[in-house]
Write a protein that binds this ligand. Structure first.
Ligand code: MRU
Length: 421
């Protein structure tokens, strides 16, 4: 058994400070604006369903579990507001000009009225980003609460509507709350499995690992997925160094992972996306650890663009490739990765870069391409900008969830996920 108790000297049992992406107040959900990180920490209030949709769509918040949490907490917020005054919709701030919303909650006269409001709201929120299944899974969980309340309803129709609203609020809050515990558990499981394997195969117990994108506490309700494993390795004294790609074009690595790793004081090193092959040639990297936006039945995995090429290079160099995600990221309704809808992002996200002007110290957006690239209609002005790619199961060594590790046995049907869902 490998010792995974915190190392006494080098690594602290509790990390210095984890960043979080969400805070709930009485009248809003606060979202740390990830477009401005790492230079500016600004909490933007979300008051309405539309605010939540925009925050997700514009990527002020991103990361598969975190966007599901924001959508759920916003539904909870607006329903909690209505529950303070169930029958008088005119007092809802969403009917005032400051926080006007086409989706303001109606008076809780009957369960039907509430359902007629809620179901389109869930469809709308779900449509904000299509690839990460956690958002869909969260909205489905709320739909199930609505369905099950229909069969157990008692009392006047107003009481039934109130009970339904309360049930939905509870489900929404659980969606956010459960994510943190899941992250900690799967990170512990993933770190333990990896340390044991590398020790057995290479005799090393301090690992060099590489990750892609941002998968830490900013992308989840806390602790993270792949960055959670890295944190667990560090906390237990089993991390030599974590390499992370810049993850262009959106720079989740250089803007966010760098911030999280430095906040946690984890030994790390940024590389450009084009340097993965070189890194594998020159450093004894033991594993690549990535999160996921959707893992389908055969283990094919959608994750941030660039993951597939990292996995291909890892295979070429005999490096373990670990996918780590909560069970809410598993989509067993799809047989293979071919069925995954890959989100295409606007060209402008690849033709411009956002950063700090070293002369003025202010945030700037600079264009890095000639005029017209990405915005013109000529054949030479096109930009290809998929937000995710799909890594085929044959390149993946294992999938880890909070339920355990599914090791790729190389079977013709892919990775057997039945033990980890
Ligand atoms: O487009 P993003 O930044 O939302 O993409 C995020 C990722 O691809 C993460 O790796 C993924 O959500 C899994 S870990 C939280």
């Amino acid at each position: 058994m490998v010792d995974l108790t915190p190392a006494s000297k080098s690594a602290p049992a509790v990390p210095p400070k984890m960043m979080s992406s969400l805070k709930v107040t009485d009248d809003s959900v606060l979202v740390i604006n990830q477009l401005l990180l790492p230079h500016v920490i600004q909490w933007d209030p979300v008051h309405t369903i539309e605010d939540a949709f925009d925050s997700i769509k514009q990527m002020r918040i991103r990361g598969a579990p975190a966007i599901a949490s924001l959508a759920a907490l916003t539904v909870s917020l607006v329903l909690t507001r209505r529950l303070l005054n169930p029958l008088d919709a005119s007092t809802d701030p969403a009917t005032t000009s400051a926080h006007a919303s086409a989706y303001h909650v109606p008076a809780l006269n009957s369960p039907e009225t509430l359902k007629n409001w809620l179901l389109p709201v869930l469809d709308y929120l779900e449509s904000s980003r299509p690839t990460a299944v956690n958002l869909q899974e969260g909205m489905d969980r709320i739909r199930k609460t609505v369905k099950s309340s229909a069969t157990s309803a008692e009392g006047s129709s107003q009481e039934q509507a109130k009970a339904l609203a309360e049930g939905v609020v509870k489900t929404c809050q659980n969606i956010e709350k459960e994510d943190l515990e899941r992250c900690k558990e799967m990170s512990r499981i993933g770190a333990e499995w990896l340390v044991e394997k590398i020790k057995r195969e290479k005799g090393k117990d301090k690992l060099k690992v590489m990750t892609v994108c941002n998968t830490g506490s900013l992308a989840t309700s806390g602790y993270g997925t792949a960055l959670g494993v890295i944190t667990a390795l560090h906390e237990t004294g089993h991390l030599d160094r974590a390499y992370y790609t810049q993850s262009t074009p959106y720079h989740q690595g250089s803007r966010l992972t760098s911030l999280e790793l430095s906040t946690l004081q984890i030994p790390s090193c940024m590389i450009c996306d084009t340097m993965v092959g070189s890194l594998f040639q020159h450093e004894d990297v033991d594993a690549v650890i990535v999160g996921a936006d959707r893992i389908v039945k055969n283990g094919d995995t959608a994750n941030k663009i660039g993951t597939y090429q990292a996995a291909s290079l890892a295979k070429m160099h005999g490096i373990d490739f670990m996918v780590i995600a909560p069970v809410t990221t598993l989509d067993l309704t799809k047989a293979t990765g071919k069925e995954i809808h890959i989100e295409q992002r606007p060209a402008v996200e690849a033709t411009q870069a956002r950063g700090l002007d070293p002369l003025t110290g202010s945030q700037v957006i600079v264009q890095i391409t000639p005029d017209g690239i990405g915005s013109g209609s000529e054949e030479w002005q096109k930009v290809y900008n998929p937000s995710f790619d799909v890594t085929p199961n044959k390149l993946i060594s294992c999938v880890v969830t909070e339920k355990g590790v599914a090791v790729n046995q190389g079977g013709e049907h892919g990775i057997d996920l039945s033990g980890v869902c």
